[in-house]
Design a protein around this ligand. Structure first.
Ligand SMILES: NC(=O)c1ccc[n+]([C@@H]2O[C@H](COP(=O)([O-])OP(=O)(O)OC[C@H]3O[C@@H](n4cnc5c(N)ncnc54)[C@H](O)[C@@H]3O)[C@@H](O)[C@H]2O)c1
Length: 699
């Protein structure tokens, strides 16, 4: 099967890549292009070839699903195809009718001419997958667009609109419509005399090359500690400037091969696929009909309610926020306005957009005003009584078929659903603070949640630009359940010998955006305290460090009270190690009769990660998450886990589950051994010599 069609426009052959949705260069597309070229070569009356894409994309690049499969090498492979195009005996003109990314742009750069639609985004995003453009992109783009522009595009991975590249040799013509016709005209007007221009023949002129590349290396230095690709991109572009084309191609190929084998690119590619996989729920077919969501209501205008409302206004949907009292409503909507004002001041919203968004958010004290909402999201106090009361009212007032969602972080969704006559319409939509910013949306599936409600929740996540991950009902769902296990371990480490700032530093060096204590100070220590108080009652035998409670007993709730695990200067966010906290930590060790010991950063990382992984294994085994990659996405999108490590479960597979269990058994010989019982699934996978990635596929 081939996926490129061939038509004649007078003496010009048009080959159109056709592989929905973005015309990636799968084996069948490559074959289709090669066959089209062969036909054009064999047809004497054909004077030139135009390459274009079906639909609104030119080509989205290599087909990443073929990575590591025999399809990737199927003839012609990408390199052979590009050689074929560049070395073709008749002029080949790329008609860039839309997005040209990665291998798509590399293909276009092998053509002898390029005509583009002015709005077409052109880019080389490989760096985002921990790679560099490996099919000549690092050598041809500097020759066509200049070293500086090429370096920016390659190191950032961000696309640039064709109109911004109109003055460069990358584009021979930029048009606002009819790009294929413009390409055909370009060929036809030349009357068969278009010279075969090749990017490889151009020399890049860059007077201060040494200083330029020094500067570029300095600029990416902070990133380079964890991400090897940007530095390799710079090396390759430098080669394009300083070395002959063929030598540069070898440097690019060697760097590509090295990055492809490296853990970071593997992790980033895993995250890419995991993000896509998260939107698929095993027993909810992809074609499941969704319910139309045109208007939304949010109950509660507190910290979360306001941010949740903003998401919908940002997506152009009308939102009504309901409160119990006018003062609370005014306060909540006031915060929303302030947030938009600050975005406006930063220039990230136009005045018209600012007005538009504010106009989409209304307030009310009456349920009658939200009776027509298609989706209602409750974000009131974390109290079962209050939530039940809200859902009883919603059951009476909301229209038939409305989706009733709760933003609860810990409460049993099934109990909430049970107070309604329509538990099938109830779902958890767990946003993370700040709700208008954090990418993660945990979608909690109750025992009775209908499949179309779940499918709609996943569609809503996309609509508001969140990454939706489905979780089952349990204490803390996926994210907070793991966080609680991890935070508990960090408490024990304080008892044993570490200090908060050391733990934070070790985990930040590992790659976390913030260590657990800085996070806790940001989120509010009172939240964790309330959860622990409940756990003390529910699990009286389960030990916890007393230190977090003692911090809270002093009212040190974090940044909002000016003190928490750290001290803060008024109005500032810089975390200053606290003598008060150190004193409490030392007192607790003494009270427990523990001789404080030196804890290495390596041990901190192991205990933190292995506690997350062990709880993740339980979550997986219980079916609370349907695949280990969903857990990875929860941690990356919601908890600042480093993407270059691929998420906790992917990381576990890279460390080796047997090594993890061995380390856990070692920890179990020390203080608080109960916390180090390997989850049954972990033990089973070790016995079967498997990793988490295989779980669910053949189990
Ligand atoms: N704060 C967080 O970081 C966070 C993160 C995720 C989820 N959550 C969850 O979101 C929910 C709200 O948390 P929050 O931090 O926004 O709380 P909050 O205290 O800031 O806001 C709650 C708001 O709900 C209003 N309210 C209370 N009862 C109401 C009722 N019967 N009808 C209408 N409004 C009512 C209150 O007036 C208040 O404005 C909780 O379930 C919480 O667990 C919070």
């Amino acid at each position: 099967m081939t996926s490129a069609d061939y038509t004649l426009h007078g003496a010009v052959a048009v080959i159109r890549l056709d592989n929905a949705p973005v015309n990636t260069l799968s084996a069948s597309v490559r074959k289709g292009i090669a066959e089209g070229l062969e036909r054009a070569a064999d047809t004497e009356s054909v004077s030139a070839v135009v390459l274009t894409g079906a639909g609104s994309n030119f080509c989205g690049g290599a087909d990443v699903t073929e990575f590591g499969t025999p399809q990737m090498r199927a003839a012609p492979d990408l390199h052979d195809l590009l050689d074929l195009v560049e070395g073709f005996g008749k002029p080949v003109i790329a008609a860039l009718n839309g997005t040209a990314l990665g291998g798509g742009l590399e293909l276009a750069m092998c053509c002898h001419y390029r005509v583009a639609l002015s709005s077409a985004p052109l880019g080389l995003p490989e760096v985002k997958l921990g790679l560099l453009p490996g099919a000549g992109g690092t050598q041809r783009l500097p020759r066509l667009a200049g070293a500086e522009r090429a370096l920016n595009m390659i190191v950032s991975g961000n696309p640039v609109n064709a109109r911004e590249l109109a003055q460069t040799a990358l584009l021979d013509r930029v048009v606002d419509a009819d790009v294929v016709a413009a390409a055909v005209t370009l060929a036809a007007n030349a009357d068969g005399k278009l010279p075969l221009k090749k990017a490889r023949d151009i020399s890049v002129v860059l007077p201060n090359a040494e200083a330029f590349f020094d500067f570029a290396r300095g600029a990416i230095a902070p990133l380079a500690k964890h991400y090897p690709a940007p530095a390799k991109c710079i090396d390759a572009v430098e080669a394009a400037v300083l070395k002959p084309f063929e030598e540069g191609m070898k440097i690019e190929a060697a760097a590509f091969a090295e990055l492809l084998q490296g853990t970071v690119s593997k992790a980033l590619r895993h995250v890419f696929f995991a993000t896509r996989a998260a939107s698929k729920v095993p027993d909810v077919p992809s074609g499941t009909a969704t319910r139309p969501i045109r208007s939304v209501a949010v109950i509660g205008a507190g910290t979360m309610g306001g941010g949740i409302a903003m998401n919908f206004a940002n997506a152009g949907l009308r939102v009504t926020v309901l409160e119990t009292a006018q003062a609370a409503l005014d306060k909540g909507l006031g915060v929303v306005k302030k947030n938009y004002e600050s975005t406006l001041k930063k220039g990230r919203l136009t005045p018209a957009q600012f007005e538009e968004r504010l106009a989409l958010i209304g307030g009310t004290l009456s349920y009658d005003d939200i009776a027509d909402a298609d989706l209602v999201i409750e974000a009131v106090f974390e109290d079962m009584g209050v939530k039940k009361q809200v859902f009883e009212t919603l059951d009476r007032k909301a229209k038939v078929g409305a989706i009733l969602a709760s933003n609860t972080s810990t409460l049993d969704l099934d109990q909430i659903a049970a107070v309604t006559q329509r538990p099938q319409d109830v779902v958890g939509l767990h946003f993370f603070s700040p709700a208008n910013v954090t990418k993660l949306l945990e979608i909690v599936r109750g025992a009775k949640t209908a499949k179309d409600v779940l499918a709609t929740a996943l569609a809503v996540a996309k609509q508001i630009k969140k990454i939706g991950v489905v979780a089952g009902v349990c204490d803390g769902f996926i994210g907070n359940r793991m966080l609680n296990a991890y935070f508990r371990q960090m408490g024990f480490l304080l008892d044993a010998g570490a200090l908060p700032q050391q733990i934070d530093r070790a985990l930040e060096n590992f790659g976390f955006a913030m260590g657990p204590f800085r996070v806790a100070d940001l989120a509010g220590n009172d939240i964790g305290w309330a959860i622990r108080k409940r756990l003390y009652l529910e699990h009286p035998d389960k030990p916890f460090s007393r230190i977090p409670d003692r911090i809270c007993e002093l009212g040190r709730f974090g940044q909002k009270t000016g003190a928490g695990w750290y001290d803060y200067k008024p109005g500032e966010r810089a975390a200053i190690p606290s003598e008060t906290v150190t004193k409490i930590v030392l007192e607790e060790s003494e009270r427990l009769g523990l001789q404080r010991r030196k804890v290495s950063d390596e041990e901190i990382v192991e205990r933190a990660l292995y506690s997350l992984i062990n709880e993740g294994a339980r979550i997986l085994e219980e079916g609370v998450a349907s695949r280990s990659s969903d857990i990875d996405i929860v941690y990356i999108a919601g908890y600042g886990f480093p993407d270059f490590r691929g998420g906790p479960m992917f990381y576990a597979d890279t460390v080796g589950l047997a090594n993890i269990v061995r380390a856990m058994r070692g920890f179990a010989k020390g203080y608080r051994p109960d916390a180090w019982k390997p989850a049954p699934l972990l033990q089973r996978l070790v016995a079967e010599n498997r990793g988490f990635a295989s779980w669910g596929k053949s189990s």
